[in-house]
Design a protein around this ligand. Sequence first.
Ligand SMILES: [Zn+2]
Length: 70
Amino acid sequence: MVNLNSIKAELQRMRCAEHNQAAKIRVAGDTLHFECCCEAFKTKLDSKLKTLMANAVKDSIDKEFKRIFK
Ligand SMILES: [Zn+2]
């Protein structure tokens, strides 16, 4: 199970390089939605989200394997 709240917290620490604003982020089902100042920052958040999600999924699969095959 992916912890979206920790991913959310991570993304909320990011600020737009141009406008120095953080995004408003909310959890929506199994993903996150953000409202932010510009498209460039949104693109950045999107790719960061994908990276964090991929890592979180990998971690939870690793944990699951360890649990099953201990
Ligand atoms: Zn911006």
